[in-house]
Each structure stands twice: as structure tokens, then as C-alpha cells.
Design a protein around this ligand. Structure first.
Ligand code: AMP
Ligand code: ZN
Length: 498
């Protein structure tokens, strides 16, 4: 285990706390996954990327993380409350498909996007519809403890009763009296004792397709219940970290806390983490706002708000340049800057392995600066996953690396062990923790075009017997890691040295 102290901003206590795992080196982390009724947009990607970094850093520090991220495939209704059509059933009706065909189609699409963005899959990816029995059992416990009631085949959580014993609204900063005043009068609310109550189970009418038998008749679970039931099943009654987007604090996470306490008598999570929103033109990116960009549109550039395509790693880098707790407003300028920044970081990564260490005159200032950067970068990441500051450290490291590479492809002003440490830390942070990888596709087209031209010019020089020119081209390319191969039939090809 790495001895660095990790600090996490806990949205529940609203303070930065030292991370102490319940049962080190094991860590249990639950993140709310997507509702699979349409394509994930860049905003969703930002949230899943935040928790990819949490997972990667914990793993880097030596923790063994059981990472659970669910698939919501039932119970999330169109108004995000307790009434209306199920989002998946509605899409199934519109596309004339089975609800599970919709679930399958958009789950596959979601996984494709996660792979594209180099987001590591969770250890367990349970679905709500696969855990109906666990949800019914949890409702039974909540009823037995006196925090839920049945009306006409539906079960509601009794928020007022709960609030007599436990604080309701602490996570999201809501005051129950205000909620009772301001909650909208929605159709279907009349069954509830109070407007703040929420559904644990809803009776299904005869046209409802996604329904299951229960002790209260045919119905389906409320949206919030699946996460309580599945986190308890796979991580236990109390676990380390629970994450999601800021917009899930209320009502989703507030309800989760109430359900878990209602069923088990104690709070489920030690550290609540919330990732901030991705905006476009200062508005939260969302399908319903009509301002969402899909990852595939970002890559192809086929979107009216984009000037060209940007690669997945450019987007990843752009997101990581901000701390997860700040909002990001995406713009063409920020994408262009991220593209340049990423290039500098990735070039330095490839130069590192080509730079040779040589005994020479030590430069004390460089030595102390590199030592500082080598430790500071980990400290920054351990300071509530501050990827923004870690990237600033990488830029500073990359400036040294570029200078060494371009001067003589060697470094002599720092001791060997410090150079080796820089090499190790730089590569591990870029690849393992930030998850940035070399992108072949787009760059290769540009490289191919340039190399074909160079090979043609060299061919001409050879035909004109200008051997020194042709040799100079070959040797200069070799020094840059590109090998020209001449075949017997006079054709030349190139290869990048590993
Ligand atoms: P959903 O599929 O709507 O339940 O959303 C999946 C995840 O994406 C949740 O954690 C949301 O909080 C998050 N999310 C939705 N919109 C945005 C956005 N514009 N920026 C960041 N995260 C978002
Ligand atoms: Zn959830």
C-alpha cells in the first residue's frame, strides 16, 4: 500500500476528510449508473469519468476496490418522480420494441462509449430488474420498522415519521417543512400521507408492461430503491464510497439514505461524492434541454455546435483539466486547447523512453524541482482527486522532458535514480491513473500522408543519385523513431520504433 494520505470531500459532512477504509485494503464503492433508454451524452460521460479516476487512484494506492455501478432498467419514471410512464417502457412503445430490447440496445451503446473513453468497467454491474426479490425484501424490512405504508397496492416511504427519528434532507440541504410546502401537486400524489413521501413500490395498471408479482399485487419498484437494495447486497449494510452526479443528491440519494436507515437502522455510506455538471452555453447538458452532444458526434464532428471532430482522449483530457467538483462549460476553444495540451503530455511520454541518462554535471535547482514534482503530483491527486493540479505538474515535467529530448536525447543534470523515478511516476500517472492513451487512428492518417510525401521525395533523390540527401532523410527519421525500410523492388515503407 502507498503511504500517501488520501483526502475526500464528503458531500454529507460538507468537509474534506481523511479517507479511512472500513476494512483496508478493501474498498467498497457504489456509483449510480445510467438509465438505459437513450444514448449517453457527454454530461453522463463526465460523471462516469470522475469515478473512473477515483477507482484508478484507489487501485494505484494499493486498495482492492469492489466497484459496483448499476444499470437502471426499470422504475425510473419520465418525470423523475412517482407518476407517469417508465422511461424505458415509453421508449419501447415509441420504437415498437420490447422494453428489454431497449435495455440491451442502450446498454451495449453505453459500454461502447465507456470503452471509447478508456473508462474501466466496474467489478459488478447489476441491473434493477434482476434484483426485484431483494427490493421486495427491503420494502418488507422498512414496513416492519414502521417507516412505510401501503395504499391500494402501492408502498410509500413515510418521510415525516422517519424525520422524527433521523434527519431527512441533510445530504441535499433540504428542509422538510419547505419540501412539504413546495413539492408540486402531481397527479397520483393523493395516495400519499404527505407530499414529501416517495414510492417504494407502485401498483401497475393493466397496461403497464414491466411489472412483477409482490405481496401487494402486481407492480414495479420505485426508482430509488434499486440502489439501496443492490449496494447492500454487494457491498454490505455500511460501505466506503457512494458516488453520482450532483443532480442525484435530491431526491435520489436523499431517498437512498432514508431507505437504508429505514431498513437497517444505520446510514449506509461513509463518504458521499458528487461530480459537478457539464454545461453547454451555461446550461446543464441534457437530452431534454436539446443541448446534448453524443460522444460519437464529438469524434466525428458531425454536430452543429462543433467545428470538427475531437478524439476521445482530447475529451478525457479536457474533463480532467477541471476538478470534478467544478462545473465545466464546454466550448470549441476549450476543446482546441485540450487537443494541444494532450499532445504535449503524450509527446513527452513517448520521448521519455528515448532519453538516455548520462553521468554529467548535476544542476541542483533542476534536481530539487524534479524531486518536488515527483512527490507533489501524488499529493495533488490525493487531495480529493485534484486532476487539474496533477495536470499542471505533468506540464512542468513535460517541459523538462521536451528540453532534454530535443537537445541531445539525453539527460545528465539529475542523478539516475531521480530520472528513473520521474520516468516511472510520469508514465504511471498519465496511463494508469489519468487513463490517457496514445490514439493511433486519427494521428496515423496525418502521419501517413506526411510519410508518403517524404518517401516520395527520398525516392526522387535516389533516382537522381543524391545519396547524401536520401541517407540524411533516413537517418533523421531514424533519430525520431521512424524506420524506413527499402525493399528489393525499390518500394519503401515505414515503421514506428517501439
Ligand atoms: P441518468 O442516465 O440520467 O440517470 O444519468 C447518469 C449519470 O449522469 C448520473 O450520475 C447523472 O448525475 C449524470 N449526469 C446527467 N447529466 C449530466 C451533466 N450534464 N453533467 C454531468 N453529469 C450528468
Ligand atoms: Zn442510484
Amino acid at each position: 500500500m502507498n503511504s500517501a494520505t488520501l483526502y475526500i470531500y464528503n458531500s454529507y459532512s460538507k468537509s474534506k476528510e481523511v479517507f479511512k477504509a472500513i476494512n483496508p485494503p478493501f474498498v467498497g464503492m457504489y456509483v449510480c449508473g445510467p438509465t438505459v433508454y437513450n444514448d449517453v451524452h457527454l454530461g453522463n460521460v463526465r460523471t462516469f469519468l470522475t469515478f473512473d479516476i477515483v477507482f484508478r487512484l484507489l487501485t494505484y494506492l494499493g486498495y482492492k476496490v469492489r466497484y459496483v455501478r448499476n444499470i437502471t432498467d426499470v422504475g425510473h419514471l419520465v418525470d423523475d418522480a412517482d407518476h407517469g410512464e417508465d422511461k424505458i417502457a415509453k421508449k419501447a412503445r415509441l420504437e415498437q420494441l420490447e422494453p428489454m430490447e431497449i435495455v440491451q440496445k442502450y446498454t451495449i451503446g453505453f459500454h461502447d462509449v465507456m470503452r471509447l473513453m478508456n473508462i474501466i468497467p466496474p467489478s459488478i454491474e447489476p441491473s434493477a430488474s434482476g434484483h426485484i426479490i431483494e427490493q421486495i425484501e427491503m420494502i418488507n424490512s422498512i414496513i416492519a420498522n414502521g417507516f412505510a405504508y401501503e395504499v391500494n397496492g402501492s408502498i410509500y416511504f413515510d418521510v415525516l415519521k422517519f424525520n422524527e427519528e433521523y434527519p431527512y434532507g441533510k445530504l441535499s440541504g433540504r428542509v422538510l417543512e419547505d419540501l412539504l410546502e413546495t413539492t408540486r401537486d402531481l397527479e397520483g400524489q393523493e395516495e400519499k400521507r404527505n407530499k414529501a413521501d416517495f414510492a417504494l413500490w407502485k401498483k401497475a395498471d393493466k397496461n403497464h408492461i414491466m411489472k412483477w408479482n409482490s405481496p401487494w399485487g402486481e407492480g414495479f419498484p420505485g426508482w430509488h430503491l434499486e440502489c439501496s437494495a443492490m449496494s447492500t447486497k454487494y457491498l454490505g449494510k455500511v460501505f466506503d464510497i457512494h458516488g453520482g452526479g450532483m443532480d442525484l443528491k435530491f431526491p435520489h440519494h436523499e431517498s437512498e439514505i432514508a431507505q437504508n436507515i429505514g431498513a437497517c437502522g444505520h446510514a449506509p455510506v461513509n463518504y458521499w461524492m458528487h461530480s459537478n455538471m457539464l454545461n453547454f452555453n451555461s446550461k446543464k447538458m441534457s437530452k431534454s434541454e436539446g443541448n446534448s452532444i453524443l460522444p460519437m458526434e464529438m469524434v466525428s464532428g458531425e454536430h452543429p455546435l462543433l467545428d470538427k471532430g475531437y478524439s476521445p482522449m482530447t475529451l478525457r483530457f479536457l474533463f480532467l483539466q477541471s476538478h470534478y467538483s467544478s462545473e465545466i462549460d464546454i466550448s470549441i476553444k476549450s476543446l482546441q486547447d485540450a487537443e494541444k495540451g494532450l499532445k504535449k503530455i503524450m509527446n513527452a511520454l513517448s520521448y521519455l523512453s528515448k532519453i538516455k541518462w548520462k553521468q554529467g554535471l548535476i544542476h541542483p535547482e533542476t534536481v530539487s524541482d524534479i524531486i518536488k514534482l515527483n512527490t507533489e503530483i501524488i499529493t495533488h491527486l490525493c487531495d480529493d482527486f485534484n486532476t487539474a493540479k496533477a495536470i499542471a505538474d505533468l506540464y512542468a515535467m513535460a517541459t523538462y522532458i521536451n528540453t532534454w529530448y530535443h537537445q541531445k536525447q539525453e539527460v545528465s543534470e539529475i542523478p539516475k535514480d531521480i530520472f528513473e523515478n520521474l520516468h516511472k511516476i510520469y508514465s504511471e500517472i498519465v496511463s494508469d491513473v489519468l487513463g490517457l492513451k496514445e490514439e493511433k487512428g486519427a494521428d496515423n492518417n496525418t502521419l501517413d500522408a506526411a510519410m508518403n510525401l517524404i518517401i516520395e521525395l527520398r525516392q526522387q533523390a535516389r533516382e537522381e543519385k543524391k545519396w547524401s540527401v536520401s541517407d540524411q532523410i533516413r537517418d533523421t527519421l531514424k533519430a525520431a523513431g521512424i524506420i524506413i525500410k527499402d525493399s528489393k523492388d525499390g518500394q519503401s515503407t515505414y515503421e514506428i520504433e517501439n
